[in-house]
Design a protein around this ligand. Structure first.
Ligand code: HEC
Length: 112
């Protein structure tokens, strides 16, 4: 089963620049990654526990956090897994994710 998920992942543009974060296979894989590496601290459905609510996090939040912060140890993920976790977290709170993406896009425009 796990292999089937990985296979369908390879068929998605997960490693390409343009990730389809709404891909159900990517979201399902991301939920597994989340359960294995994040749930203990961030809680069921990422609503928080021993660590903040991270629903709606976008890729830049994840890549930054897994490098480690003051209070969060670095988490080593394989290639493609940060994108998958992001897809899962975005699916839990799409409106939060969208607001973050808009802000990020606006910042990028401003810095040109
Ligand atoms: C050992 C506990 C622990 C684990 C495991 C953990 N985190 Fe965290 N995480 C924290 C704590 C505590 C914070 C808040 C402190 C901070 O931001 O430095 C945090 C912060 C974050 C933030 C920033 C939240 C904010 O409001 O700024 C993100 C995003 C995040 N974690 C994602 C993840 C992801 C994704 C995983 C799994 C791959 C994960 N974390 C695994 C403890 C953990």
């Amino acid at each position: 089963m796990k292999y089937a998920v990985v296979f369908s992942l390879l068929a998605t543009p997960v490693l390409a620049q343009d990730v389809d974060f709404s891909d159900p296979a990517l979201i399902a894989f991301g939920q597994e990654v989340y359960t294995d590496f994040c749930l203990a601290c961030h809680g069921e459905e990422a609503l928080g526990g021993n660590a903040p609510d991270i629903q709606g996090s976008i890729l830049s939040d994840i890549t930054q956090a897994i490098r480690g912060t003051d209070q969060m140890e670095p988490v080593e993920l394989y290639e493609g897994e940060p994108e998958a976790v992001t897809a899962y977290l975005m699916s839990l709170a799409p409106e939060v994710a969208e607001a973050k993406l808009r802000l990020q896009a606006a910042r990028k425009q401003g810095s040109k």
